[in-house]
Design a protein around this ligand. Sequence first.
Ligand code: CP
Ligand code: NVA
Length: 333
Amino acid sequence: MSVDLKGRSFLTLMDYTPDEIRYLIRLAAELKAEKKAGIRKKRLEGKNIVLLFEKTSTRTRCAFEVAAMDEGAGVTYLDSKSSQMGKKESLPDTARVLGRFFDGIEYRGYSQSVVEELAKYSGVPVFNGLTDTDHPTQALADVLTMTESISKPLEKCRLVFCGDTRNNIAYCLMYICAKLGIHYVGCGPRELAPAEEVVRRCAEAAKESGAVIEHISDPYEAVKGADALYTDIWASMGEEELIPRRVKLLTPYRVTAKLFEAAGNPECIFLHCLPSFHDFETVMAAEQMKLGYDIREVENEVFFSPRSKVFDEAENRLHTIKAVLVALLGDEK
Ligand code: CP
Ligand code: NVA
């Protein structure tokens, strides 16, 4: 079946069919091979995109910029301090104006309703670069990494996410697993259980794909038989004041060497969206430790183990974001 995504927005994977998601992952693998072979096709020549960031970023911003530039597009970056958005100009007006200048808009910020409004009023494709409840380009990179590092088909894989199971990363992983038939196990305390509505929508998608979407609170029970063990920071951007409570709740879910071993699968890979607290070398981890809070969600022994694919996964942000831009905005070449 041929897939045509031209002119669509990319707000959440729940808007995409399993075939469309598989198409984007395949295209990303092709674009990655092309880049490694030194082939440049400039499928976005003459196009311009704007990147709106209300939260900080290293990977997502750089991936959008390099992907766009590799394919010949122009890029403008705006953060909340250097634009009028939300302060002197409403979101709909901002969207209307940006839609006149640009062929596509990337947004990173807080509410999912902002990407929806940008898409509604701009008239051009909008790309979700992370909201409080979703991070769809991240999930594409994660699954591309799984296909590269795990020999089994995705439908036979068990992906265990340990930590804050109601954050943006947990949700986008649940979505992609539900769509592609991957067994997702969310592992965290009840207090951080995913919203019922999210679980219901995933269960619906899972009926079609054959995925299993489940939650297990006991980390040693959850990781048994994992093909991929995934974690994320315990307090997401904007939640820093919750650190004391989160450390209390999530310390039993830290990915230690012992927990990783308990998967009982020597082929199990470790994944993390990054940035990660895996030592005390960052300002935040060191400051929190001085206050008595060990915020490491993973031990160095796992983070730097041969089974850790976190830097392949980070690189794959570039190739998957490029696939999204090319598929939704690009010209055939
Ligand atoms: N994983 C991810 O989105 O990284 P950044 O916050 O650096 O963009
Ligand atoms: N849950 C993290 C993901 C960062 C890529 C956050 O929102 O800060």
